[in-house]
Design a protein. Structure first.
Length: 436
């Protein structure tokens, strides 16, 4: 099985392209089921900043072409211009870095690990993730935990939500007397609410299409829930609006926001959109009394904080390289174990046959102790002959080397080759922690 990551992120694609690939859950499931026909495996990481397919397949060229066609069909022809691919060991390095938040818009943020875990569990739930990607993800999650434990990258990090709140505080020189409207009641809205409280905001309103969810969030963060039907009445009173819904189309347009301008006396309105697809149409920012920001604008704001985490990111990169190398070694050993078992079985079978033939020739002239000595000698010869190939197969480094040795051993001894061990493994690049 070979690995591939194919997708795009905030590093390669503008928001307009990313939001076209933001699929509802039912379509994500359909995509995975098409790509993960056995023995292939797949899972999809889809966030506001990235859309990435992770694939495992014995014939990766065919699956790669299918994945590219699927993404192009979803996002249009220009999607291909923004895609990147990581293959073989590079794909492992990329996944480990993503899970450890080393490839995030906000370096060190904690949300991405939960998002990757959710993607993995969704893949498992629809049967698209099985043995191979299960082992890969377990190793990636362990790596992410080690990064957060052994470096300070998480302690120095902000989040998209906290960055948005910081930006709002700068616009108004503090939020203590400001009315803040949260549109949406999911995880991002909860994070934003907590940061708003820390920033001194006391007038928090929550509007959500499902009122019960708005009430639950409001109770948790000390806000007031209001019916979604009052949205534009609430907009008249709000100073800050934070959006994070799953709406497939913008909730706020230039026309409907402009319509409340007179009632507001064109008082300054700060609107930040943490959703992909966008909740706030880009044209809203053309209103001279509105400050409107989307996730790409937030990226520019948080870039200034990246230097503080650069040193910790270097340490984390070293840990990622170590964990990828460990996974590759373990995988090579797993691939080689069936060959080792067959070698030992073949050797022991030959030894038993030769011992029986020799003892039958000698007859009853040997004592039990002498018979046991002959049997022990035969076993010792087998052990000495197999010691070196066993040690080499267990000590292999990069995956393709383990496959090559296992395949060569199987061919030389006339054994059935181990599953996953081939002499034609694709080229891999040894992890160096520097490519994300």
């Amino acid at each position: 099985m070979e690995f591939l990551c194919i997708g795009l992120s905030h590093r390669t694609a503008p928001l307009g392209v990313r939001e076209r690939l933001a699929l509802p859950e039912t379509r994500q499931v359909e995509l995975l089921q098409r790509l993960a026909q056995s023995p292939n495996e797949a899972f999809l990481v889809s966030t506001c900043n990235r859309v990435e397919l992770y694939l495992a397949a014995p014939d990766m060229n065919r699956v790669r072409e299918s994945a590219r066609n699927e993404l192009q069909a979803l996002g249009g022809p220009e999607t291909l211009e923004h895609l990147y691919e990581h293959r073989g060991e590079d794909a492992l390095v990329h996944l480990f870095r993503v899970a450890a938040s080393l490839d995030s818009m906000v370096l060190g943020e904690a949300q991405i690990l939960g998002q990757v875990k959710d993607a993995f569990e969704k893949g498992q739930g629809v049967g698209a993730v099985r043995g191979e990607l299960t082992r890969v993800c377990a190793a990636a999650f362990g790596c992410a935990k080690r990064v957060r434990t052994e470096t300070a990258i998480g302690r120095a990090a902000t989040s998209m939500a906290s960055a948005a709140v910081s930006l709002a505080s700068k616009v108004f020189d503090g939020l203590r007397d400001k009315t803040v409207l949260l549109v949406g009641a999911g995880e991002m809205a909860e994070l934003a609410a907590r940061h708003l409280k820390q920033a001194g905001a006391t007038k928090l309103l929550v509007a959500n299409r499902t009122l019960a969810r708005a009430e639950a969030l409001a109770a948790e963060v000390g806000a007031t829930a209001r019916p979604y039907e009052e949205l534009f009445t609430l907009l008249t009173a709000a100073d800050v609006v934070v959006c994070s819904t799953a709406s497939p189309v913008p909730i706020f347009t230039k026309e409907n926001v402009s319509a409340v301008g007179k009632a507001r006396k064109h008082r300054t309105l700060f609107m930040v959109d943490l959703a992909v697809p966008r909740d706030i149409a880009p044209e809203v920012g053309e209103l001279d009394w509105v400050h409107a920001y989307d996730v790409d604008d937030i990226q520019k704001f948080v870039a200034d904080n990246a230097a503080a985490r650069a040193e910790e990111a270097q340490k984390a990169g070293v840990l990622v390289a170590q964990e990828v190398a460990r996974f590759v070694r373990d995988r090579a050993v797993r691939n080689g174990v069936p060959v080792l078992a067959q070698l030992r079985q073949r050797g022991e079978a030959i030894a038993r046959a030769e011992v029986e033939r020799t003892l039958s020739t000698i007859g009853d002239g040997l004592t039990d102790k002498q018979r046991k000595s002959v049997e022990a000698m035969a076993r010792a010869i087998v052990n000495k002959l197999l010691h070196e190939p066993t040690a080499r197969l267990r000590a292999v480094g990069p995956e393709h080397e383990g496959n090559r040795l296992a395949g060569a051993a199987a061919e030389a001894f006339g054994l059935e080759e181990a599953p996953g061990s081939t002499g034609t493994a694709g080229p891999n690049v040894v992890a160096n922690g520097g490519k994300g």
